[in-house]
Write a protein that binds this ligand. Structure first.
Ligand code: SF4
Length: 418
């Protein structure tokens, strides 16, 4: 990429090389249930046509492995990567069918509690090595390894970085070097910070970049662009995914948007962020995957945006997640969170569960809670201009910030005394 220098080493994902001076690879993931062969094959076709360098497929159980086998026969050429969710024991079964395996250190706890993390990672590495697969150590802020979460309570980002660095050391000690790392969050500032800290410590390890749950376009695109512009222009990042909440037929847009961002960065075109971006309501939504519990999820995310438009000047975060696996954890930091089950949508306020509601009821219940939050806030104004509403914890800091701004403007306007 032009003048941008990266110091990562090269790794091999089938015939694709990432790292070093290789082009930044663009990937996406099938959003369908893997066992739905017709729909998943359609997703693969869409992503292939869009020019995806890597197509990711989620595998959770033996039936998914059987489906993957069928899909591989139908599509022998694309670079496939499997996201092993909780079931690390499937590694030897999926490795012969794919080119890369991703494991999440935060999910290694769920099975075989009598085995150590080291034993489980060694098991995955053995499978990858036997079939010439690459590995991605995928750390997510929303599902961080409990040990690191507890140890780094005051600095979540450091917890992510330490977890990633420690897992790199495990793979290094096992003499396995064909791996990359990702450190993701739905907050682009955290993504930038985590990847910078990691790259400083392990510049040799290729990084896969992404802002998880970036949400609906155009906000999801802007959040992702901010993170990629900061990191890739500094030589950090070897492969990317733009995670957008889109109907399945439009999944190819993730690839097109990723390529557009890369081209802009390469040509030094940095897009400015719209004024007041995320100063008001912030809707985060997962990009959906095979785990989505109800096909209504994407519509629900779009409807949440529609019905909350009246509250757009209020600094409130609403998270909309597609499944029970990551939904409960990934909504903890939002003011209001929704995660989908097959028939009901679960509503949360921060970490507090408020109940489960049918897909028909949920929007009115959400609006009720949103109104309650808004009514409990303090509105801040500057003259006749509304500056937004803030919680009682936030208002004093915000007031001071505005006051400092006014004072600095006035000092700047004072005539110089002779
Ligand atoms: S929250 Fe669930 S459905 Fe959404 S992308 Fe994550 S795993 Fe998939």
């Amino acid at each position: 990429m032009s003048d941008i220098k990266r110091s990562s080493r090269k790794i091999f994902i089938g015939s694709l090389v990432i790292g070093g001076d290789s082009p930044v690879a663009v990937q996406s993931m099938a959003a369908t249930q893997t066992q739905d062969l017709e729909e998943t094959a359609r997703q693969i076709e869409i992503l292939e046509q869009a020019g995806a360098d890597v197509i990711r497929i989620a595998v959770d159980n033996e039936a998914d492995v059987v489906a993957l086998e069928t899909l591989r026969k139908k599509f022998p050429n694309p670079i496939f990567s499997v996201d092993l969710q909780e079931n690390y024991r499937l590694a030897p079964k999926v490795a012969p069918l794919v080119n890369k395996i991703r494991y999440n250190p935060g999910h290694l706890y769920h099975l075989d509690k009598d085995k150590s993390i080291l034993q489980k990672v060694e098991f995955i590495v053995d499978a990858a090595r036997s079939y010439n697969c690459a590995i991605r150590i995928g750390v997510n802020c929303g599902s961080i390894d409990p040990e690191y979460k507890e140890k780094f309570k005051e600095d979540q980002i450091e917890g992510m970085v330490r977890c990633a660095v420690d897992h790199c050391k495990i793979l290094d000690d096992l003499n396995f070097t064909n791996y990359c790392v990702s450190l993701k969050d739905s907050d682009f500032d955290k993504v930038i910070d985590a990847n910078r800290r990691f790259a400083k410590e392990r510049p040799d390890v290729p990084l896969h970049l992404g802002v998880t749950e970036a949400g609906l376009p155009p906000e999801g695109v802007i959040k992702t662009r901010i993170a990629f512009e900061q990191l890739i222009s500094a030589g950090i990042g070897d492969t990317i995914r733009v995670s957008l909440t889109l109907p399945n037929e439009q999944k190819g847009e993730e690839i097109a948007v990723g390529r557009e961002i890369l081209k802009d960065i390469e040509q030094g075109r940095f897009r400015s962020v719209p004024k007041n971006f995320l100063d008001g309501i912030n809707i985060i939504a997962c990009p959906s995957c095979s785990r989505v519990e109800n096909d209504k999820f994407v519509d629900l995310a779009q409807e949440v945006r529609q019905i909350t438009k009246y509250a757009e000047s209020h600094k409130i975060t609403i998270a909309v997640m597609g499944c029970r696996v990551n939904g409960p954890g990934e909504t903890d930091d939002a003011d209001l969170g929704l995660w989908c089950g097959p028939l009901k949508v679960n509503l949360k306020k921060g970490t507090e569960a408020l109940g489960a509601y049918s897909y028909d009821e949920i929007l009115s219940r959400l609006k009720l809670e949103l109104d309650l939050i808004i009514s409990s806030r303090v509105n801040l104004k500057k003259g006749t201009e509304a500056l937004g509403s803030y919680s009682y914890e936030e208002i004093l800091g915000e007031l001071k910030r505005e006051l400092d701004l006014i004072i600095s403007t006035r000092i700047g306007q004072e005539p110089i005394a002779k």
